[in-house]
Ligand binder design. Structure first.
Ligand SMILES: [Mn+2]
Length: 288
């Protein structure tokens, strides 16, 4: 079970990026535009905290490359006094379920609707490049098993993260119980460890899947935690934008599907959107 973690010391600068879905090149553009990596893709972000709000996997050409990059940057950032938090998204969840051996989850994950076949294709391509022609698909799924390279990483990845006065969660949290640190992770991993694959949180509801956030629930969670805003991804928007008077911000601006993308940069009271071309603007006015 994921440990409930203490609230980290407030970072002077927080950079958040939304859904990647295999668009590793776009992720790199965002990290360069916000000064987090250099031309060799080494961490140069110092003490900045980088948050990726889930859904690195699937759909695009290089999901595993993007995940490998974030995993390496997590080590380099920690050495520099910074942090990388890669949150769980529903696509990571489907991979975990598949790693646990559930046949229905595997079928669902690899279906065109969910795009897991793209992650499998990248793994095949990498295997062939290494001259490894005959690796069975079972090896692919084992990467996401509890002892696998990515399965281990996901197990220690937060589902909900509070940094200063901002709460991050892939699809969003509208259940006041979520204000208890570690609650969401406990619910998720209890269901997964019990192989309860019909649990609502694994089937379209809950903080990694919902597309029907209750505004009063969001505000209740924020008030309980003393947070100013909740930052989510999951449901692509035409641009990074705010809702609920600025209390809810969606940062999935489609970097993976031809959209403008944009990273959210929080420094003290200032919140701005930095585009992959390096230009920046204040967070656009709330939309209700
Ligand atoms: Mn999602």
């Amino acid at each position: 079970m994921a440990a409930s973690r203490p609230d980290p010391a407030p970072a002077r600068r927080v950079v958040a990026v939304g859904d990647v879905h295999g668009a590793c090149d776009e992720l790199v553009r965002h990290l360069k535009a916000t000064g987090l990596v250099d031309g060799s893709l080494r961490w140069v972000g110092g003490r900045t905290h980088l948050v990726q709000t889930g859904d690195v996997l699937d759909r695009g050409p290089a999901p595993l490359a993007a995940l490998d990059l974030l995993m390496r940057l997590a080590v380099e950032a920690a050495e520099a006094g910074g942090r990388v938090y890669a949150l769980l998204g529903n696509h990571e969840l489907m991979a975990v379920e598949s790693g646990l051996g559930d046949p229905l989850s595997r079928t669902c994950w690899l279906s065109p609707a969910n795009g897991g076949a793209a992650t499998f294709a990248e793994w095949r391509r990498r295997s062939l490049e290494r001259g490894d022609r005959d690796r069975p698909g079972q090896v692919f799924f084992s990467l996401f098993a509890p002892t696998g390279r990515y399965g281990r990483w996901f197990r220690q990845s937060p589902a909900v993260l509070k940094l200063g006065s901002t709460l991050f969660c892939h699809a969003g949290l509208d259940d006041p119980r979520g204000a208890t640190p570690g609650w969401a992770e406990a619910v998720l991993w209890t269901a997964l460890d019990a192989r309860d694959f019909t649990h609502p949180w694994l089937c379209g509801a809950g903080p990694l899947w919902t597309r029907q956030l209750r505004p009063d629930g969001v505000i209740a969670v924020l008030e309980l935690l003393g947070c100013r805003r909740m930052v989510v991804g999951h449901t692509p928007q035409p641009s990074v934008r705010a809702f609920l008077g600025g209390r809810l911000v969606n940062i999935d601006a489609g970097m993976w599907c031809g959209g403008p993308g944009g990273a959210l940069v929080i420094e003290g009271d200032r919140v701005e959107v930095v585009s992959p071309d390096g230009s920046s603007r204040p967070l656009p006015a709330p939309r209700h």
